[in-house]
Design a protein around this ligand. Structure first.
Ligand SMILES: Cc1cc2nc3c(=O)[nH]c(=O)nc-3n(C[C@H](O)[C@H](O)[C@H](O)COP(=O)(O)O)c2cc1C
Length: 223
């Protein structure tokens, strides 16, 4: 699979089978992803990979926290989207959500069902492997871009190995509950989670195919 094929084959999976991902495959993909470029080659990424009992412990803790009526409301580590989200980004995000819930047959006014689906984020959609991606709090915008390049490299490498993924900024909401379990060094802040495994091809949600805005909408050529 060449890079272009991997780019087009990759898509976010939101339901996984319980098939394990071979540890050596994961190690290889992570090692190779670190060949992503970074300004000054500072390689600002930090990752924690969870499987088996460590993953179950994390998910149980966060789930208990979400359903604890006495727990204080979570304070997201950063706002996941600007508020308000301006056009055309707002419309793109809206269509993405509508298409996803339509596949599941969840109507717009069924907020409890939408919340239940959203909360599946916090079980990593039942993926057998989970990764948390962290960055040092002192870093600036260029280093966040480095993190994005690392993440995309990892996604493509895993795609080329036949492994499915879903990056999840939703974890920014529950970063405190995650920290209670993982106890990361205080200088690290959470960027996102990543569900890793084999997509359940029978799950309706995995039929979602996203489009992209045409080139002319976002690119200008000057001669
Ligand atoms: C940084 C980042 C964060 C994301 N966060 C979430 C998330 O929290 N939950 C989710 O279901 N999908 C999440 N996604 C997946 C996007 O919704 C998805 O990439 C987009 O709709 C395009 O679809 P595709 O990945 O199938 O091409 C995230 C993607 C990225 C790159």
């Amino acid at each position: 699979m060449d890079v272009r094929e991997a780019l087009h084959a990759r898509r976010s999976a939101r339901a996984f089978t319980d098939r394990e991902v071979a540890p050596e495959l994961l190690t290889r993909a992570l090692t190779d992803a670190a060949y992503a470029p970074s300004g000054g080659n500072i390689q600002p990424w930090h990752a924690v990979v969870l499987r088996g009992q460590s993953l179950r412990t994390l998910v149980d803790h966060v789930t208990a926290r979400i359903h604890d009526p006495d727990a204080p409301p979570p304070t997201p580590v950063f706002p996941v989207y600007p508020s308000p989200l301006k056009s055309p980004y707002r419309e793109r995000r809206f269509s993405n959500g509508e298409e996803l819930y339509a596949l599941l047959g969840i109507p717009r006014d069924d907020r409890p069902a939408r919340f239940r689906q959203f909360d599946r984020n916090f079980r990593f959609f039942d993926a057998p492997v989970a990764l948390f991606l962290y960055i040092d709090r002192s870093m600036h915008q260029p280093q966040w871009a480095d993190l994005g390049m690392f993440l995309q490299s990892l996604l493509l490498l895993l795609t080329a190995e036949g492994v499915d993924t879903c990056p999840q900024a939703a974890w920014a909401i529950h970063h405190e509950a995650v920290a209670e379990v993982l106890q990361p060094p205080p200088e690290l802040m959470l960027f996102c989670g990543l569900a890793i495994g084999y997509a359940d091809s029978t799950a309706a949600i995995n039929r979602l195919r996203t489009e992209r805005a045409p080139l002319a909408e976002w690119c200008t050529f000057l001669d």
